[in-house]
Design a protein around this ligand. Structure first.
Ligand code: SAJ
Length: 425
């Protein structure tokens, strides 16, 4: 690391920014976390963590108590800036870069020259260049290459690729792609990440790094879409999809992923759209995969509504609300979306929602008279229709419940072949 890169400002103290800030502080760097959310700033300032992630709390508490990590709402002067803010998409599936633009403008206002700006947020191709253009447009006294003797600012993209639930481990062990707007900026960013990352740091240009990150998550989305499509084919043909996949995967070069109720999370369900929006005519498979995965959620709703319709006042147990197993994260959760739709469509039903990782119903379900929280055993026992939406370990380790006389829609293969219900065509 360059000796002058001692102070790092991390903009965005979320699932990626805060772990990265804590890692850098652990290496002895002076880290200032920046967030517009006062609750996050106050929590981090007290040495606390505003969300659940294994091992993060210890790292943050240690760094704050040593005075190496602080948090504030204003963007400070620093040697390096790491931008880790959300990049959601709008209704037309175009990336909403307003968070990135706001972070960029705040950084532009405090630069002195000589800094490095790193974008970590997953972004459409061209976003790192957009940051450079915006900053250099606002600050004509600075330059990219030292033109006219003006001080240089470096720009690089270093996309995060850690798995929620394993972030503190994967920050150290995963290879990283580092794309510079200039080779100097890439080399400087590499030296910074080398302070805590034990794996390979792969240098390229910014645009390639942006597309590589999107390609990783699109690859997974396309493969999950294959599994979801196969589950519909198997259902149509009256075959158990879990057995089909287990058997097909015994081929040495086949590795089919698991079907589910659709794809969720803030990454895989979002990032492919950035590719589609950048190259709509070329990205046909990627777009179709997104549509197949979203349609799987519609299919589950149709199935459950049809089964519930066989009972006068049905009780429906829905197992799991989070976007995947063993996390409390509800962002872009297909399970939550499905339960919201069931609440709308099954007004006469009693919906028992089971989610061991949260204590109260999420805002979108609160106040719905037909939805209450329940524990798994009581919910399954009372239910006419049981819907498995998330394969939490807490469900897997339960003894298989008595499902006699119940309709079961098991989107995760929790209970295996016998519980899969095939509706008449
Ligand atoms: N899912 C299935 N079937 C499967 C695997 C996953 O239906 O066989 C579903 C999950 O239930 C969930 C969704 O896909 O709803 C995504 O879960 P995930 O565990 O595959 O991925 P994420 O979203 O937690 O994290 C991904 C990771 N990317 C890849 O594995 C290529 C992670 O490494 C990235 O850092 C992260 O996206 C990100 O932030 O981009």
């Amino acid at each position: 690391m360059r000796t002058e890169d001692r102070t790092v400002a991390v903009v965005g103290l979320g699932y990626i920014g805060l772990p990265t800030a804590a890692m850098l502080a652990r290496q002895g760097m002076r880290v200032i976390g920046v967030d517009i959310n006062a609750r996050h700033v106050e929590a981090v300032s007290r040495g606390e963590v505003p969300f659940v992630e294994p091992d993060l709390a210890t790292h943050v508490a240690g760094a704050v108590s040593k005075g190496l990590l602080t948090a504030q709402r204003q963007t400070p002067q620093a040697d390096v800036y790491i931008v880790a803010v959300p990049t959601p998409f709008d209704d037309d599936h175009h990336a909403d870069l307003s968070w990135i633009d706001a972070a960029t403008d705040a950084i532009a206002g405090v630069l002195r020259g000589g800094e490095l700006v790193i974008l970590e947020s997953t972004s459409p191709p061209g976003t790192t260049q957009r940051i450079a253009d915006r900053i250099l447009g606002a600050r004509p006294d600075l330059s990219l290459h030292g033109e006219g003797g003006r001080p240089v600012v470096g720009f690089a993209h270093c996309p995060e690729r850690v798995l929620p639930g394993r972030i503190m481990v994967e920050l150290v062990t995963n290879d990283r792609i580092i794309g510079g707007i200039t080779p100097d900026a890439a080399a400087r960013a590499r030296d910074l990440y080398a302070t805590f990352c034990d794996a390979e740091l792969l240098l390229t240009d910014a645009r390639t790094a942006e597309l590589a990150k999107l390609a990783e998550n699109s690859f997974r989305d396309v493969n999950i879409a294959f599994a979801n499509e196969l589950s519909l084919v198997a259902e149509r043909l009256g075959v158990d999809v879990w057995e089909v996949i287990a058997l097909a995967n015994r081929h040495p070069r086949v590795n089919i992923l698991q079907p589910g109720p659709g794809v969720g999370g803030h990454c895989i369900a979002v990032d492919p759209w950035f590719i589609v929006s950048a190259a709509p005519e070329q990205a046909r498979l990627i777009r179709t995969a997104r549509e197949v995965n979203d349609a799987k959620s519609d299919h589950v709703v149709t199935q459950v509504v049809a089964l519930a319709g066989q009972h006068a006042r049905p009780t429906v147990a829905v197992l799991g609300l989070s976007f995947k197993a063993d996390v409390d994260d509800l962002r872009e959760s297909p399970a939550l979306r499905i339960v919201e739709r069931l609440a709308d469509e099954l007004r006469q039903a009693r919906i028992l929602a089971v989610e061991p990782h949260i204590d109260v119903l999420p805002a979108s379900l609160l106040g719905r008279p037909n939805v209450v929280m329940s524990d798994v055993v009581a919910a399954v026992e009372a239910a006419d229709v049981v819907v498995v939406l998330v394969d939490h370990s807490a469900f897997r380790t339960l003894p298989r419940p008595d499902l006699m006389g119940k309709n079961v829609v098991d989107t995760r293969g929790l209970w295996g072949e016998e519980s899969v219900v095939t509706l008449p065509a």
